[in-house]
Ligand binder design. Structure first.
Ligand code: AP5
Length: 222
């Protein structure tokens, strides 16, 4: 391996795990910004495909709206393409892997590409908070910025970053949120054990404020 190739292997490559509403997206954006790495969210990539009406998006939409996981083969193709592109400066994966099969496939892919995974950050949140956070979430339909009615000034309808419209995600209804939490418990929990065994997992208390959580994550990464 050439010296410059080895240098790129030292980039920060991270995974952020946690239940729906734990604040993975909120934290991933902040961590990516601080470290100068890419934020790769499978949820965002899928929603983009749905809004563009691509074949992948049409296939994914029915699973997403029911709170179910999109089939592994669809997700794996998407991630493999993304990591084969310009990802040498480091990345944080958000929303992936969320089945044991995805975690194993990612390990093989990274091994094949000689990329090292540095840390897996688990955001641990009291389950009672999750439904409230998700049903109160509002997202900008233009830039994707994430807000919550708990902290938005009353009657705010526009994004403070770009002026876009604030909307509720189709899968943030209470019924679908409960289904997503059940899917997490059954299908994604084994991924936590998988990374615990690798010794890469760090658990962060996600019950406090956004700023405190970011500081705690950055301390773990230092
Ligand atoms: P995805 O978009 O990944 O959804 P998710 O995992 O359910 O996670 P969320 O985006 O809902 O929550 P988050 O943890 O990012 O929380 P956020 O920061 O927004 O996936 C959606 C769907 O796509 C899946 O259901 C599935 O169908 C499909 N999919 C995606 N990836 C897949 C994969 N790998 N395999 C198969 N299918 C896949 O925060 C939530 C709210 O809380 C916000 O309002 C925020 O402002 C607020 N908040 C955040 N932190 C705090 C805090 N510390 N205190 C108070 N409020 C906070």
């Amino acid at each position: 391996m050439r010296i410059e190739e080895r240098f790129f292997q030292l980039a920060e490559n991270l995974i952020i795990l946690g239940p729906p509403g734990a604040g993975k997206g909120t934290q991933a954006v902040r961590i990516a910004d601080r470290l100068g790495i890419q934020h790769i969210s499978t949820g965002d990539l899928l929603r983009e495909a749905v809004s563009e009406g691509t074949e992948l998006g049409n296939k994914a939409e029915e699973f997403m709206n029911k709170g179910l996981l999109v089939p592994d083969e669809v997700i794996l193709g998407m991630i493999s393409d993304r990591l084969s592109g310009d990802a040498s400066g480091g990345w944080i994966l958000d929303g992936f892997p969320r089945t044991l099969a995805q975690a194993e496939a990612l390990s093989s892919l990274l091994e094949e590409k000689e990329i090292e995974l540095e840390k897996v950050i688990l955001i641990d949140v009291d389950p009672d908070l999750l439904v409230k956070r998700l049903t109160g979430r509002r997202v900008c339909d233009s830039c994707g910025a994430v807000y919550n009615v708990a902290t938005l000034p009353e009657d705010t309808k526009k994004c403070e970053k770009c002026g876009g419209k604030l909307i509720t995600r189709d899968d943030d209804t209470e019924e679908t949120v409960r289904q997503r939490l059940e899917v997490y418990r059954k299908q994604t929990s084994p991924v936590i054990d998988f990374y615990e065994e690798t010794g890469l997992l760090v658990s962060i208390d996600g019950n406090s404020g956004i700023e405190d959580i970011t500081s705690n994550v950055m301390e773990e990464l230092a």
